[in-house]
Ligand binder design. Structure first.
Ligand SMILES: NC(=O)c1ccc[n+]([C@@H]2O[C@H](COP(=O)([O-])OP(=O)(O)OC[C@H]3O[C@@H](n4cnc5c(N)ncnc54)[C@H](O)[C@@H]3O)[C@@H](O)[C@H]2O)c1
Length: 442
């Protein structure tokens, strides 16, 4: 079969909705994507190493708080969606989309082991005519160098026998306005045919696709977006510290600056940075840039400033307790909001754990309240963390604490009750704008 026949066959299958979709990694990115294809009547096979996720999904339930269980149930019941941990079935899908984690090593270097392991698994079953798309955030060159090289060890050639592209995920978990299908999708193929096919498959479920020249450009787009956020969060955090010394309220400044109809984009200060993306992804570029002999100064500086913020909040707490004749040691402290951002249950890289860990080391008696996170167990950020359960927020529990430290400003929290009953509130999110006797803006 000629190349163009092979490409046209896959294109026709995609356009007729007959292409089988395989999604590797059924997490925050992979599961919504799998559902989006299932809802458009594609047959979707999800692959994951986590047997609990496979089992839960196959029983028609969601394991991610903001993903509707009813949608999962319908997709599974209609036999459009199923999950498996049997990677020998990777020859079945016509299109394989990789959504596995891309963390950092403790030395802040890219941990490529998930992508490598997954690509090795695809390699074992690769068949002519398959399209592979990498979605995991990574350094420019990963798809064209690492993934392609591994797959071509089969003797098959990219663009001739199989197709390969990169298309970054732009998921914003919990965002009701922008979700998988209405966020424009960047697509870059390793070659033209791969790009054409990748665009075609995303056009079936996503309202707008944006084609870029190649895979490495698509990889750079994603990193640019996240570096933009990381640097701006750091800048506003630094401004907060400067203005505080000058007795200027950062929140009032930002409210006023935001009235400028052009040339200003608002970022809010907070307890640092969190989530699977912003604290990690920028360092993928730093690592790759070092290979080109370039230091990424903005990224390093953003890391430095944002990593200082938990310590800054603890300093404000320490000072406020001191003014009340108390110390952190022995104080009863409640952390409000564990998730790294509001109204979701994702605690990955959350500054809350760093703060709780440090306060525990300093001898505080720590509790927490989070309407989305019912209990915490062990985490990489806080080895040896006690198994704590979210405490109820009542007049009694609030008044019993020496301080309530707001790390994440979840919506379903009675902030009026806290204002009325708390001895001391350390507010890192600008929940309270008016000055109160028991309030310290941090
Ligand atoms: N969460 C987000 O909002 C977001 C946004 C944009 C980009 N991303 C990127 O998308 C990628 C996935 O992130 P996520 O948030 O979905 O991660 P996640 O941890 O929620 O999901 C990853 C899934 O992959 C599975 N997995 C791990 N190793 C595997 C393997 N070898 N084979 C099959 N499955 C495996 C895990 O069990 C898990 O279910 C990352 O590169 C991330 O940077 C995430």
């Amino acid at each position: 079969m000629s190349n163009s026949n092979q490409k046209n066959n896959l294109l026709t299958k995609i356009q007729n909705g007959k292409a089988i979709i395989g999604i590797i990694g059924l997490g925050y990115v992979g599961l919504p994507l799998a559902l989006a294809y299932a809802e458009k009547d594609f047959k979707v096979s999800g692959f994951d190493v986590d047997l609990n996720k496979v089992k839960t999904l196959n029983s028609g339930q969601s394991y991610i708080s903001h993903i509707d269980g009813i949608k999962v149930k319908q997709a599974v019941k209609s036999k459009r969606l199923s999950a498996t941990a049997d990677f020998s079935r990777l020859n079945e899908p016509d299109v394989i989309i990789i959504c596995v984690p891309t963390p950092l090593t403790p030395q802040l270097d890219p941990d490529m082991s998930y992508i490598v392991k997954t690509t090795e698994q695809i390699k074992k079953c690769l068949r002519a005519g398959q399209l592979i798309v990498l979605e995991s955030t990574t350094y420019p060159g990963t798809t064209e160098e690492l993934v392609k090289d591994i797959l071509e060890q089969t003797g098959m050639a990219c663009g001739r026998d199989f197709y390969l592209a990169f298309s970054p995920e732009r998921e914003d978990p919990g965002n009701k306005k922008f979700y998988t299908t209405n966020i424009p999708k960047i697509v870059g193929g390793v070659d033209k045919d791969s790009g054409d096919l990748a665009r075609a498959i995303y056009e079936k479920v996503i309202q707008q696709t944006v084609r870029v020249g190649n895979a490495r450009t698509a990889e750079a787009v994603k990193l640019t977006e996240n570096i933009f956020r990381a640097v701006n969060i750091a800048m506003v955090n630094e401004l907060k510290i400067i203005y505080e010394r000058m007795n200027i309220d950062i929140w009032e400044v930002l409210d006023a600056a935001s009235t400028k109809p052009f040339g200003f984009m608002r970022f809010n200060p907070g307890p640092g940075w969190g989530g699977h993306c912003i604290p990690l992804d920028p360092f993928y570029l730093s690592w790759k840039a070092r290979e080109c002999g370039i230091d990424t100064k903005f990224i390093e500086l953003a890391g430095e400033v944002n990593r200082l913020m938990p310590g800054y909040i603890i300093g404000k707490l320490q000072q406020a307790l001191n003014e009340r004749g108390k110390s952190i040691k022995g104080s009863k402290l409640m952390i409000l909001g564990l998730a790294y951002k509001k109204d979701i249950n994702d605690t990955r890289e959350t500054p809350a754990y760093k703060i709780m860990h440090r306060l525990t080391e300093m001898g505080a008696k720590i509790s927490y309240h989070d309407p989305f996170v019912s209990e915490i167990k062990h985490t990489r950020q806080w080895p040896g963390a006690p198994v704590l359960k979210s405490q109820k927020l009542t007049e009694k529990t609030i008044a019993a604490k020496d301080a309530i430290i707001i790390i994440t400003d979840h919506t379903p929290v009675d902030y009026k009750l806290i204002a009325k009953k708390a001895k001391l509130i350390i507010d890192s999110r600008g929940v309270y704008r008016k000055q109160m006797k028991n309030l310290v803006k941090a």
